[in-house]
Design a protein around this ligand. Structure first.
Ligand SMILES: [Zn+2]
Length: 254
């Protein structure tokens, strides 16, 4: 277990008065909190305002949170609101209420069968923010393990997560797990009616043969992977794509 008393991101000796959720409450984590003495209040606040807020209020998180009826920290149902289009939760899985002032102005790609595909793009610099968001979660989750999270092997990841400092673009691979039906964990019936339990998020820490640690995070069916030990995924993505029935694509290949 990691020792308490200095911040794992900025080395400050405190204060440590705020609850630090490694996975944000707004993604459905209502029980996992880090022990006090690992993340200082300054870093807690910085991540909340500068990283989590913009990432979670942008697609895909904003739309998926709405579609999965995940509540915000304050207990409200999520929504996705931008200048042209708004999605609200219907309280039912995968059914959203959609509103637009002028549907003819929406960025829709017409498909050969006559149907349309609405493109809701993430904001500028999203790549960088999502990378820092993943590293913040990864480092904090690592702090709950037996790995020494203050080891210099994670210095670049902590610097990039907290200060955005990096010599080059940090690699993040992203893909869509193809079948949302597989997210159904349990189905049962009680006196009120049928009840379904679905997976909202999960994560995995993978150790590569060369000792590097890969953090893989899945929210609904969106899969993200990044390396906590350096800014490159190396052979991980290739290996992942070989084993799985769907592909991750690196942000360096865009
Ligand atoms: Zn700190």
């Amino acid at each position: 277990m990691n020792t308490l008393g200095s911040c794992i991101f900025c080395s400050a000796a405190g204060p440590f008065d705020r609850d630090e959720h490694p996975i944000p409450e707004s993604l459905g984590n209502d029980d996992q909190v880090l022990p006090r003495g690992l993340v200082c209040d300054g870093c807690n606040q910085y991540f909340g305002v500068k990283i989590e807020n913009p990432v979670l209020s942008s697609p895909p998180f904003s739309i998926e949170r709405t579609a999965a009826a995940v509540r915000t920290k304050k207990g409200r149902l999520s929504s996705h609101v931008d200048k042209r289009v708004r999605f609200f939760s219907s309280r039912y899985w995968d059914k959203v209420i959609f509103a637009a002032d002028d549907a003819s102005q929406l960025p829709i790609i017409e498909r050969p069968d006559g149907s349309g595909l609405l493109i809701v793009a993430p904001p500028p610099k999203y790549d960088e923010l999502v990378g820092r968001f993943l590293l913040k979660m990864g480092i904090e989750l690592l702090a709950t393990s037996t790995t020494d999270v203050r080891s210099s092997s994670f210095d670049s990841a902590r610097q990039y997560a907290r200060f955005g400092r990096c010599n080059q673009k940090w690699e993040v691979a992203y893909g869509l797990y193809p079948d949302r039906k597989d997210l159904l964990v349990e189905k049962r019936e009680d006196e009120i009616g049928p009840l379904e339990t679905r997976q909202i998020y999960r994560y995995e820490m993978g150790g590569m043969a060369d000792g590097r640690i890969i953090f893989c995070f899945m929210f609904i069916n969106h899969v993200f992977a990044t390396c906590l030990s350096d800014d490159r995924l190396g052979s991980y993505t290739e290996e992942f794509n070989r084993i799985n029935g769907f592909s991750l694509v690196s942000n360096l290949k865009k």
